[in-house]
Design a protein around this ligand. Structure first.
Ligand SMILES: OC[C@H]1O[C@H](O[C@H]2O[C@H](CO)[C@@H](O)[C@H](O)[C@H]2O)[C@H](O)[C@@H](O)[C@@H]1O
Length: 434
């Protein structure tokens, strides 16, 4: 499809050997793993669609065994834009191919749910998603380096997505996608950006953030192909947004200078200095998620509720619960400006813990109102169980030295802000993502 990308002949044993050597090179350099590009199409065969061929799976098993033997603990992530029942094949049997696979069909449905003010697109695809091996996980995403692909939706759904998210022709690409970043897709609406990220971080899978979306970077749909979303990371207001010291004319792609998303105002430096920035909000969300293993490993059960605009579910980590220290987590997301109340939410869990965004605390049943485009995370206790208050985290000890003109630095590690604001503050009962 792309003339500038080689199409390797995997039938050739020398090519396969070379691929193993390339993998070794990067793994020796310390990478944690690989995203396997367009993996269903590695091998080709006349008279087939060249998709999901047995030879492709055989090679993945070989690659996995090779990586496990030489570099235990590293991982392979499949890019297979397929229905979940087909994509699961890339986890192998039982779990001997990729550790993870992107969940492509969920992504456009999250955008649909939010815009249609209806949980159905999201619940339907998750209900169709088959169980996966214990050692595997879905990778969830909102945006990536390609277009927002609309391959896994019906023609009507595609028309809808184009109408509401890509009214301008220039925003469409490859006939099947929208070449925009998260913030511009959502008209730079902070509540919507938070809502979609809250879903990304609480549904069953590992969240994957596309660089720049954590600061709400803009795009440039006047660039060709998918380059609109591949402009330099905006680190600071300096030359080339702090991405490079090179002559600006030498950059592969220009920095964003759209007035709304200009790199001089939308950048890491500026947001680092503002605790209300999207960047700090994202860090707090990550910290909160890390406190609850149920988000990473837990099962997901939808909670029936009579308002179709509200999506409610419980994440339960069976291992922890069985051990008596479980902490199921409930999530409610109101997709609509007029999401309204939930009269009845049935679940075998009662809300009696702490949690939620914006410092919300829950001590009774889930009967409170869900505001426009808001979300809540509740820590739950099983009926009858004592509600054990979490001990306050121990104040971290940070040693460092004051450098003239600089701040206090933790010896050779993350800086003070990251330790206090990203780890300690969210772990306090009063800590919140909002
Ligand atoms: O190697 C060709 C390209 O493969 C990936 O992109 C392709 O799959 C994406 C997911 O289905 C789709 O959105 C894109 O249009 C396809 O070209 C890869 O992510 C690309 O970087 C790569 O050029």
């Amino acid at each position: 499809m792309y003339s500038h990308q080689p199409d390797l002949n995997f039938e050739n044993p020398r090519v396969r050997r070379e691929i193993m050597e390339v993998a070794d090179f990067w793994l020796e350099m310390g990478v944690d793993g690989f995203r396997l590009d367009a993996v269903p199409y590695l091998f080709e065969a006349e008279g087939t669609t060249c998709e999901n061929l047995p030879r492709t799976h055989a090679f993945l098993k070989e690659l996995r065994a090779h990586v496990d033997a030489k570099f235990p603990g590293r991982m392979l992530l499949a890019e297979a834009n397929q229905w979940p029942e087909d994509a699961v094949a890339y986890f192998g049997d039982p779990g001997d191919e990729c550790h993870m696979a992107f969940h492509f069909p969920l992504m456009p449905r999250l955008f649909m749910s939010v815009r249609m003010e209806d949980r159905f697109p999201t619940t339907e695809i998750l209900e169709q998603t088959p169980p996966i091996p214990e050692t595997c996980q879905w990778a969830l995403f909102l945006r990536n380096h390609d277009e927002l692909t609309l391959e896994m939706v019906t023609d009507e759904e595609r028309d809808y997505m184009y109408r509401v998210y890509a009214a301008e022709d220039r925003a469409r690409v490859n006939e099947l996608g929208i070449r925009r970043r998260l913030a511009p897709l959502l008209a730079n609406n902070r509540r919507l950006i938070e809502l979609l990220n809250a879903l990304l971080f609480s549904l069953n899978g590992t969240p994957v953030i596309y660089y720049g979306d954590e600061i709400g970077m803009g795009d440039n749909i006047y660039l060709g192909d998918r380059d609109s979303v591949r402009t330099p990371m905006q680190w600071s207001a300096d030359r080339n947004a702090g991405f490079s010291r090179a002559n600006p004319q030498k950059l592969y792609l220009p920095v964003i200078i759209d007035p709304e998303y200009h790199y001089e105002s939308v950048n890491v430096d500026a947001q680092q200095a503002n605790p209300s920035s999207l960047l700090w909000w994202m860090r707090r969300l990550i910290g909160l998620r890390r406190r609850h293993p149920a988000f990473a490993r837990g099962s997901l059960q939808f909670v029936e509720c009579d308002n179709h605009r509200v999506l409610a579910f419980v994440r339960e980590y069976a291992g922890r619960a069985a051990a008596g220290g479980g902490e199921p987590v409930a999530v409610r997301a109101g997709g609509a400006p007029r999401a309204g109340g939930v009269r009845r939410a049935r679940s075998r869990w009662s809300c009696s813990g702490t949690g939620g965004s914006r410092g919300w605390r829950v001590r009774s049943r889930t009967s409170s109102r869900c505001g426009p485009h808001s979300f809540y995370w509740f820590e739950l206790a099983a009926p009858g169980a004592d509600v054990v208050r979490r001990a306050e985290p121990i104040l971290p000890e940070i040693t460092g030295r004051c450098e003239s003109g600089g701040g206090l630095r933790r010896a050779g590690a993350a800086d003070l802000d990251a330790v206090l604001l990203a780890e300690y503050v969210p772990a306090r009962r009063t800590g919140s993502a909002g």
